[in-house]
Write a protein of this length. Sequence first.
Length: 370
Amino acid sequence: MYEQDDLFDKSPDFTPETMTEKKPVYNNAPQDFYARSKELRINSLLVAIYIGVQLILSFFAGMYINANYSYLEEALNNVEETVAVDFVVAPNLEESTKEDYPYLITISGEFKNNYEREIPEFYLDIELFDILNQSIGIHTISHKEFLTSQTFNFSEEVLSSNEVVSITKNIAAAPPTLLTNGIYLLITVVIGISLALIDKERFINDFQSFKKDYKGYISQMFIGFLMIYGVLIVSSMLLSFFGVTETSNNELLIQQMFDDNPFNLAILFFNLVIFTPVIEELIFRKVMFSYFEPRLKPVITIILTGLIFAFMHIQGDYIQMIPYGGMGIVLGYVYYKSNRNIYASIGSHLLNNLFSWLVYVLTIYGLLQL
């Protein structure tokens, strides 16, 4: 037994016989040459489908978007800033928030679309800076269906823990959110169903194990979710310590997917809450564990797969490896502790994404203020 194994083998869900074996034996673990060869073929096919379908469908989706919305770059050049974007700093008088956010920033301005065609999605990214010229964060203002000759006037309030002394702005345009989210859903549905069919034997066997001890597995799912939440809180504190206050690029992309269209929210539910956890847990846990665990110690496998998971979720902002890496390590730990049952880590991942989806929805409808 590895020296680190005692950190992981204290779960009451398993019998002493299982816990004392030199090499952990998990559900459907290939125990002979032919079984290992079959597992390798399946895992290779899973990775090929995961990468190949994304590339192929993304290519055709890009061709369609380019054919119908290539004019957006030219349209942006014809957007006029009729009232300069400016900001005003005032004390935050709201008792419930002023201790953590003592400053109330009001951002206002006006733009006009002088182009001959509509801009489906117009974005204005405002980056806020403090007295040390350090970025406090980015606030995005959006406007849908920016019609020809239309004027877009805005005034929005932002709470800040630091005093804002300067801002920079950047405008962007995009195809309809419903279209892009629909494309993402199509890609995840095709990949998710394909992976599940290819590895259906694993899903069936793991489900049989799940049924035998569903209470234990469900508790592991919720414990994993709470661990993720705790890790994200600690990560937020670490990022603040390092002076990082802006939202991750990946999170900003997700934020732009949301609006108050119920149909769009339903698309995002199936995309982010249902299919994404299934796909990512198959690839980053099941496939990668099968490759690394026979070669490395369990704790190294958990950390390594977690870091790979994090690397695939950052968009150039490498400091965000901290929260995403922590989340990936927790999901790897849940997978390990569940005796490699894919439903356990899928469940924890699903609960985390469901929580985030609910926060966005409640914020959009004004039922929650962040």
